[in-house]
Design a protein around this ligand. Structure first.
Ligand SMILES: Cc1cc2nc3c(=O)[nH]c(=O)nc-3n(C[C@H](O)[C@H](O)[C@H](O)COP(=O)(O)OP(=O)(O)OC[C@H]3O[C@@H](n4cnc5c(N)ncnc54)[C@H](O)[C@@H]3O)c2cc1C
Length: 421
C-alpha cells in the first residue's frame, strides 16, 4: 500500500505483547508500514503462560508459528482438573470444532520476544523503552505522544492506532473508556519453580487445575514448562489469600501445601522467582473502537485467568482488526461495531459464561461428573481449547443456558441468591 506522506506511519501500535506483535506482523504482511511503541525492554517477565489451540492458526497466518515451534516450548494438549482425590481430564484433540488440538505452555519472556523479533524481521519497526503518554483520536490522522528514557517527548501521527498496551490500558485511561468488568475482584499469587516432579502419572502436556479442599472458589494452576520448570499460581479472594501469612512466599507455600495433589507433586520444587501477586486484573471498556483507533487484547477487556483465555483473545482481536485496518486505509468503509466489536465480544462472552459458571460451582459440577456422553464432552473441550467463537457449538451459541441445564443434571444446586442463567 502507498504510504501517505501526511502521516508518520500507516499504523502505530502501543505495546509489543502478543496482541501488538501479532497485529504488527499481520499488517506488515498486507503492505502497511507499522511502528510499535513498547514501554519496557524485552525479554521481560509477563504472566499468562498457558496458550490455547485456537491461537495456533493465528500465529501461522501472521508468519509467527515457525519461531514458536523452534522455541523449544512445552507442548500442551489439554487440562487436568483435580479436586480432593478426584481427577477429570480434558483432551483438546477430542473436540467439537475443527482446528488445532494442541499448543504450547510458554515462559512469556522468551515467547513474547520471539514474536516481536519475527514481526520485526517481517518489516515492523519496534522501539523499546518508549511510553505512550497522550493520544488525540481522529478519523484521518490520530496522533499519539511518546516519552523516551531521556525524557524526550515525540508526537507520532498515524493513519490508524491500535492499543495493545495490556494492563497499561493506555487508551482506556486517556479516553476514560473503563467500565465495571462485572466480575468479583480476585487476587493471584504465583511463582516459577524448578519442579523436580518425578511422578510418572503427572502429564506435562496438560495444565493442572486444582481446587482448594475447603475454599471451593479458590483454585490453583500448575503449568509445566520445558526444561523441568513450571509456573505455579493460586487465585482467590484477597481476604482468604492474605490470611495465609504476612509474606507472599509464606501465603503461596501454605496454599500449595493445602491441596494434596499439588503438595505431593511439588514437594521437591525450588522457587526460581520471588512469589508475585496481582489483584483487580479484570477490566472492561465501554467501547473497543473509536475515531482512528481500536483496542486489542487486555487493553480492551480481561476476564479471569481460569481458562487461560487471555493470549487467545489477544491474538483473536489482532487477527480480527488487521484486515479491517487494511480495508479502511485502502479507503473502503468499515463498520467497526459490527465487524470488530460485536463478533469479538461474542467469543469473550462465551468465556465469561464459563468463568461465571466456574466460580458459582456449575462448571466444577460438570467437569467432575464422570458420565457425560462423548459428544457433550467434545463441545466443552472445544470451548476450553479456545474455540469460543464457533457458534455451531451449542455451548457457544447458548453457553449460559446449556451450562445451567447440564450442571443441574449433574446434581448442582444453585445458591439461594439465584443462579445466573
Ligand atoms: C494471574 C493471571 C494468570 C494468567 N494466565 C494466563 C494463561 O495461563 N494463559 C493466557 O492466555 N492468559 C493468561 N493471563 C492473561 C494474560 O496475561 C494476558 O491476557 C495477555 O498477556 C494479554 O496480552 P496483550 O498483548 O493484550 O498484553 P500484554 O502481554 O500485557 O502486553 C502489553 C505490552 O504493552 C506495554 N505497554 C503498557 N503500557 C504502555 C505504554 N504506555 N506505552 C508503551 N507500551 C506500553 C507493556 O510493557 C507490555 O509489553 C493471565 C492473567 C493473569 C492476571
Amino acid at each position: 500500500m502507498t504510504h501517505d506522506t501526511d502521516a508518520d506511519v500507516d499504523v502505530a501500535i502501543i505495546g509489543a505483547g502478543p496482541a501488538g506483535a501479532t497485529a504488527a506482523a499481520l499488517l506488515v504482511r498486507s503492505g502497511l508500514s507499522v511502528h510499535v511503541l513498547e514501554r519496557s525492554h524485552f525479554p521481560r517477565f509477563s504472566i499468562g503462560e498457558s496458550l490455547l489451540p485456537q491461537c495456533m492458526h493465528i500465529l501461522d497466518e501472521a508468519g509467527l508459528l515457525s519461531t514458536v515451534e523452534a522455541g523449544g516450548f512445552q507442548p500442551k494438549n489439554g487440562a487436568v482438573f483435580t479436586r480432593r482425590d478426584h481427577e477429570a481430564v480434558i483432551d483438546f484433540r477430542d473436540k467439537f470444532s475443527d482446528g488445532w488440538g494442541t499448543t504450547y505452555q510458554v515462559e512469556r519472556a522468551g515467547f513474547d520476544q520471539r514474536l516481536v523479533e519475527a514481526a520485526t524481521a517481517q518489516g515492523a519497526r519496534v522501539d523499546f523503552g518508549v511510553t505512550v503518554t497522550a493520544f488525540r483520536p481522529d478519523t484521518q490522522r490520530p496522533c499519539l505522544t511518546y516519552l523516551d528514557e531521556d525524557g524526550q517527548e515525540t508526537p507520532l501521527t498515524a493513519r490508524f492506532v491500535l492499543d495493545a498496551s495490556g494492563y497499561g490500558r493506555v487508551l482506556a485511561r486517556l479516553l476514560a473508556l473503563g467500565r465495571d468488568p462485572r466480575l468479583e475482584p480476585r487476587m493471584a499469587l504465583f511463582s516459577h519453580v524448578e519442579d523436580h516432579i518425578h511422578d510418572p502419572t503427572f502429564d506435562r502436556d496438560k495444565i493442572l487445575i486444582g481446587v482448594h479442599p475447603e475454599h471451593a472458589s479458590l483454585w490453583y494452576w500448575l503449568i509445566p514448562f520445558s526444561h523441568g520448570r513450571a509456573s505455579v499460581g493460586v487465585v482467590g479472594d484477597a481476604e482468604t489469600l492474605t490470611a495465609q501469612g504476612n509474606a507472599a512466599e509464606q501465603r503461596w507455600q501454605r496454599l500449595v501445601d493445602a491441596e494434596p495433589r499439588f503438595r505431593a507433586l511439588l514437594r521437591d520444587a525450588r522457587p526460581i522467582r520471588p512469589v508475585a501477586s496481582l489483584q483487580g486484573y479484570s477490566a472492561d471498556v465501554t467501547r473497543l473502537h473509536g475515531p482512528g483507533y481500536a483496542l486489542l487484547g487486555n487493553a480492551g477487556e480481561f476476564l479471569d485467568p481460569v481458562f487461560s483465555s487471555g493470549v487467545t483473545i489477544a491474538l483473536r482481536s489482532a487477527h480480527q482488526a488487521a484486515p479491517l485496518v487494511e480495508r479502511q486505509l485502502r479507503g473502503d468503509g468499515v463498520d467497526w461495531q459490527h465487524e470488530f466489536e460485536r463478533p469479538l465480544r461474542q467469543g469473550i462472552e462465551t468465556f465469561r459464561a464459563f468463568v461465571d459458571a466456574w466460580y458459582d460451582g456449575r462448571l466444577p459440577a460438570i467437569i467432575f461428573h464422570d458420565a457425560h456422553p462423548a459428544s457433550l464432552k467434545r463441545m466443552i473441550s472445544s470451548v476450553l481449547a479456545g474455540y469460543a467463537w464457533d457458534t455451531a457449538n451449542p455451548f457457544v451459541s447458548a453457553a449460559r443456558r446449556r451450562l445451567t441445564t447440564l450442571a443441574e443434571l449433574c446434581g448442582h444446586v444453585p445458591a439461594a441468591s439465584g443462579d445466573s442463567t
